[in-house]
Design a protein around this ligand. Structure first.
Ligand code: C5P
Length: 406
């Protein structure tokens, strides 16, 4: 996540989840952003302002009547500096006071004075969360343009189980960077393949695989959100076109190879997330093959390896595109990924053990390893999070290469 040149003001409410706001502040700092913190009095009962002061490197606003900070109109200076206000945890009390437009502490006053987007991360006990007055307050804030992330469901600090857990700091940070319109891929051209291919046997039968296309679509969507000009060459999927992405729909590996070829001029990054069939029936029958009584033999031919073709074409070229491949394996995942990195001459291979829980075909989450010649990093979570991590990895490599002209 990239928060460079952005100031996030963090309003911390008085709930047990306040300690998680420290991690959120740290993620903004890690993303090279500026974080400034306002706390309610109750929040300071859970976490010392000094903790946020140490993470943010700045004074924490708690007391509106503190002569030191109010000499410079502390609450207004915070509000003026904000590109985004994140309220985490947004307790039931804080949500009510925000809805009422009160200005009775450092957080609500800052919220009243900001003109930037506001992101609320609610956290409270499940019973409180379900209370209609809380939902009504949140609905009113949403209608007023406030954004909301979470809450998640699970075990709460008080032992109850259900909705009300503060969204994980990572999730809040991702939502924050989206609202900030993190455009670190602006001016870059990205070509993504996704989904399976279908290799016809006859007009009603084909060879394919269960790829849903979700991983590639997530890469395309995230790259577009981060400002890239994205073309997605997709095999047959049921997924809607991602916003702001040019989608070229194909069926076979050969069509996919042709579409990539046609779109590949001047690309900065190629992400081959498609599960391209390695073989196709040598001859597709023009009419439906009749059922016989005995065995049938299907002669298969190799399909073009799109990624390897690009790797061979750009091998050694300084201004070639960054090439990312995927490796779905059932065993020796990392070793196979390393082989693929070399054989297909790509910059990064995203290795994926298929068959394990929470990973692989069809699901909304993935567990992958990013394998390059120099690094090995493990990522787990929703496919969009994996897509963000892949693009985060690519960014410094891209920065070493000039954006393409034309
Ligand atoms: O060799 P394997 O199919 O395991 O390699 C997977 C990677 O190569 C994926 O990134 C996939 O999109 C790409 N690939 C391709 N063309 C093929 C086969 C695979 O681009 N014919």
């Amino acid at each position: 996540m990239n928060f460079q040149n952005r100031t996030v003001v963090l309003g911390v409410g008085g709930g047990i989840a306040a300690y998680k706001a420290c991690e959120l502040a740290r993620l903004v700092v890690k993303g090279r952003g500026t974080i400034r913190v306002a706390m309610t009095r109750a929040a300071t009962r859970f976490v010392q302002p000094l903790t946020f002061q140490a993470i943010s490197g700045g004074l924490v606003l708690v007391d509106l009547f503190d002569p030191a900070s109010e000499a410079t109109y502390g609450h207004l200076s915070l509000a003026r500096s904000a590109d985004l206000l994140v309220v985490a945890p947004a307790t039931a009390d804080l949500v009510a006071r925000l809805r009422a437009g009160m200005a009775d502490d450092a957080v609500t006053t800052t919220a009243l004075a900001v003109t930037c987007p506001v992101l609320l991360a609610p956290a409270m006990n499940t019973r409180m969360w379900r209370n209609p007055v809380v939902q009504e307050n949140l609905a009113a804030l949403r209608a007023r343009g406030f954004h909301v992330v979470g809450p998640g469901a699970g075990e709460l600090a008080d032992g109850d189980v259900g909705e009300g857990r503060l969204a994980e700091p990572e999730e809040i940070a991702v939502a924050a960077s989206r609202l900030l319109g993190n455009l670190d891929l602006a001016g870059r051209r990205v070509l993504v393949t996704a989904g399976p291919t279908r290799e016809p046997i006859d007009p009603v039968r084909f060879i394919s695989n269960p790829s849903s296309g979700k991983m590639g679509y997530a890469v395309a969507a995230v790259a577009a959100r981060r400002g890239a000009e994205v073309t997605l060459v997709s095999g047959p999927t049921v997924l809607p076109d991602p916003a702001g992405v040019k989608v070229v729909r194909v069926e076979t590996a050969e069509q996919m190879a042709k579409a990539v070829e046609a779109e590949s001029a001047a690309m900065d990054l190629f992400v081959g997330a498609a599960a391209v069939s390695d073989y196709r029936p040598q001859r597709a029958s023009a009419s439906k093959i009749k059922k016989g009584t005995g065995e049938e033999t299907l002669v298969l031919s190799r399909t073009p390896d799109i990624l390897a073709g690009l790797g061979a074409r750009w091998a050694g070229a300084k201004d070639g595109p960054v090439l990312v491949g995927f490796a779905a394996e059932t065993e020796e995942v990392i070793a196979r990924a390393r082989e693929k990195l070399k054989a297909k001459r790509c910059d990064l291979v995203v290795a994926n053990k298929v068959g394990g829980p929470g990973a692989g075909f069809g699901g909304d989450t993935n567990r992958v390893a990013l394998v390059s010649t120099t690094e090995l990093a493990e990522i787990e979570g929703p496919k969009e999070k994996v897509a963000e991590a892949i693009l985060d990895w690519i960014l410094p490599v891209l920065e070493g290469r000039r954006p393409k002209q034309g």
